[in-house]
Design a protein around this ligand. Structure first.
Ligand code: SF4
Length: 643
């Protein structure tokens, strides 16, 4: 409630008036500090320190605010030049303010710019894939637009993009009318009306992690057979989370969909929300009824206005059809759904931070354990899955024999000799967002286990302008940058053996060709690599020093500051990166960094990893670490010029 009220005030005034905050505290009967602690945490809210600052700030409030993405694909496509040119426009017009922001989730049409008008109807426009001159011209025209002429200015809406949702295997209702949707819910309703059963164990017994321990409930068993993994990055087994929440004790349970999607390079959930909101909603309703949950929250980043509208409209439609709400399809089962619009910040995508935000707290990650499955929202058992994870559930429960085998069989056949009892194919399908130097950036549904090369060449049309591949960021900025060929001696003996086991190198090979990497979490983990939903591709002309520094700044800006080593370490990493990029390091200093990245950088990385409450502190050094390890010639180009 606090966050929604703050969002309303921010939209109405363009900032949070101090008087309105005091009135809000009175109205909600909460101490004023509660309002302040929340308002001061989220980047979406503008606060002034005191009365005098507010009086001054209100007068200087810009009419047009332009946010330019400074992250991976946008930087690659010239976002810095847009910022530079816009600053010239802002110098000539005091009603315009320019600032750089973290990823806006439109990496496929980089560079991404959002323009917010602080007057009239407070409209927001996206300007995507446009040149600096075009953006500057449009922003200047906005500043002088009347309500009549404003309508003629461009807005690059997501809904205008061509898409292939009708061909998605995930889309169980492709080609069907809207009335035919929610078939999984209708099909499984009688099962869901029975009290949910667990395996024949005491309800407080810890769930088994054994892959062979098939759950008793047929819906969870179907997820088990499918081997559906969490699609938010961590890649945990979906069935296990569902099973743990089912077993957890608590008078109230919740279901939460993580649609924060703020990692640079990741935008697949944006398309799933917009094209098939009914799949996400049906997956959540099925989970809610199975778990006897009271309510579900769909957490969506605030920059996804079209997606928020699409999901809200679909919830309303489902409610009218009796598919969600108090009495679902005339039964005694009920499940409410609500959209929670994020107040902003990458850290909100961390699952415990997201829960804190829904609870009207600062989005600072919690220590784990306990896990959300037992102590989640308001300390109650909570199932939290990613958008895509929920969206696969209707197809898994209706396609083939409705037992999950259909999904499992979607995976790519394995090229390696298959061990006894192992499937001859990888299991399942998933979505990747691909951006950067590919001919056709976008969102692609692919069989799990296709190679990185197949994704780039067959789905994305190859590298732009036919250039050679230089590097790939396989998990947004989190994994850093992997070169097109990795010397085998960069891997440990154990990983070299795994490369051979997976038939990815042959006897006598000195290098591993990254294009051969199967996009499957088991293989990727065997190789000590990372794989997320967002892949950024770099051609031979990419400036990876610039990219690495942008990624370091991203983590510095998005660290919540709760752990001191992460807060200070992320700043130190930026200092090292900026010194390097600006040519402030001597040849000896650069050689020392390259020869011994285990010095300053790995010391920092180790301290951050050992103390980090969440994953950000673990991965923040990776852009610099991989730059130093794999791209020494790029680094040496920045040596300080002799005086
Ligand atoms: S590791 Fe960093 S981002 Fe995560 S909780 Fe600690 S300070 Fe916050």
């Amino acid at each position: 409630m606090i966050i929604q009220e703050l969002q309303r005030l921010q939209t109405e005034h363009g900032y949070l008036p101090r008087q309105a905050l005091r009135q809000l505290a009175d109205r909600l009967a909460v101490p004023h500090y509660r309002i302040q602690e929340v308002a001061s945490f989220y980047p979406h809210f503008r606060l002034f320190a005191g009365e005098a600052e507010e009086a001054e700030g209100r007068k200087a409030l810009p009419q047009i605010e332009v946010a330019v993405c400074r992250d991976m694909a946008c930087r690659l496509r010239g976002a810095a030049q847009i910022t530079e040119q816009l600053q010239g426009v802002a110098e000539r017009n005091a009603t315009i303010a320019i600032h750089e922001v973290s990823c806006l989730g439109r990496c496929d049409r980089a560079p991404a710019v959002r323009v917010h008008t602080n007057s009239g109807d407070h409209c927001v426009r996206n300007l995507l894939g446009r040149s600096p001159a075009e953006v500057s011209d449009i922003v200047a025209r906005m500043a002088s637009a009347t309500p009549e002429t404003a309508d003629t200015l461009p807005d690059d809406k997501d809904g205008l993009l061509p898409h292939s949702a009708e061909t998605w295997k995930m889309n169980a209702y492709a080609g069907q009318s809207a009335d035919q949707r929610y078939a999984a819910l209708r099909q499984w309703l009688s099962v869901l009306q029975n009290p949910p059963s667990t395996r024949a164990k005491p309800t407080d017994a810890p769930p088994s992690a054994g892959r062979d321990d098939k759950p008793a409930h047929p819906i969870i068993a179907a997820l088990w057979t499918a081997n559906l993994l969490g699609m938010g990055g961590a890649g945990g087994r979906a069935w296990k989370k569902w099973d743990e929440v089912l077993r957890a004790k608590g008078h109230t349970k919740y279901v939460v969909c993580n649609g924060d999607e703020s990692e640079p390079g990741t935008f697949k959930d944006r398309e799933i929300f917009l094209r098939t909101p009914y799949l996400v909603i049906e997956g959540m309703i099925l989970a809610g009824l199975l778990l006897r949950a009271k309510k579900g929250y769909i957490y969506i980043r605030h920059e996804y206005e079209e997606q928020i509208a699409a999901v809200r409209a679909e919830i309303e439609r489902a409610r009218k059809l009796g598919l969600c709400g108090k009495s679902i399809l005339g039964t005694e089962l009920g499940f409410e759904l609500e959209v929670f619009v994020s107040p902003g910040g990458y850290i909100c995508g961390e699952q415990t931070a997201l829960i804190q935000a829904i609870q009207d707290e600062r989005a600072e990650p919690r220590n784990r354990p306990p896990e959300l499955q037992t102590n989640g929202l308001w300390d109650m058992p909570t199932l939290l899955n990613n958008v895509e994870t929920f969206a696969w559930v209707p197809a898994i429960l209706t396609q083939g024999n409705s037992d999950g085998a259909w999904y499992s069989a979607l995976g790519q056949p394995k090229s390696l000799p298959v061990k006894e009892n192992a499937t001859p194919h990888y299991q399942g399908a998933r979505f990747f967002s691909v951006s950067g130097d590919v001919a056709q950036p976008g969102v692609y549904e692919v069989p799990i286990g296709i190679t990185l090369g197949e994704l780039i060449d067959h789905y994305c049309g190859g590298i732009k302008d036919g250039l050679p591949l230089k590097a790939v960021a396989t998990s947004g900025p989190s994994a850093g940058f992997l070169p097109a060929t990795i010397p085998l001696d960069a891997f440990s003996p154990r990983v070299r053996q795994k490369l051979a086991d997976h038939c990815l190198v042959s006897a006598g090979d000195k290098e591993f060709q990254l294009r051969r990497l199967p996009l499957e979490l088991g293989v990727v983990r065997d190789l000590n690599l990372m794989l997320g939903g967002g892949i950024v591709v770099y051609a031979s002309d990419a400036d990876l020093v610039d990219q690495a520094v942008a990624c370091l700044r991203f983590y510095q800006s998005e660290s919540c500051g709760k752990c001191v080593p992460c807060r200070i370490g992320s700043t130190k990493l930026v200092e090292i990166g900026e010194d390097l990029q600006a040519g402030r390091l001597t040849a000896a200093e650069i050689e020392s960094l390259l020869a011994n990245p285990g010095g300053r950088v790995l010391d920092l990385a180790q301290a951050m990893a050992e103390t980090a409450i969440c994953g950000l502190g673990n991965v923040a050094p990776n852009p610099l670490r991989t730059l130093l390890s794999y791209f020494p010639s790029d680094v040496r180009r920045h040596v300080r010029a002799e005086q």
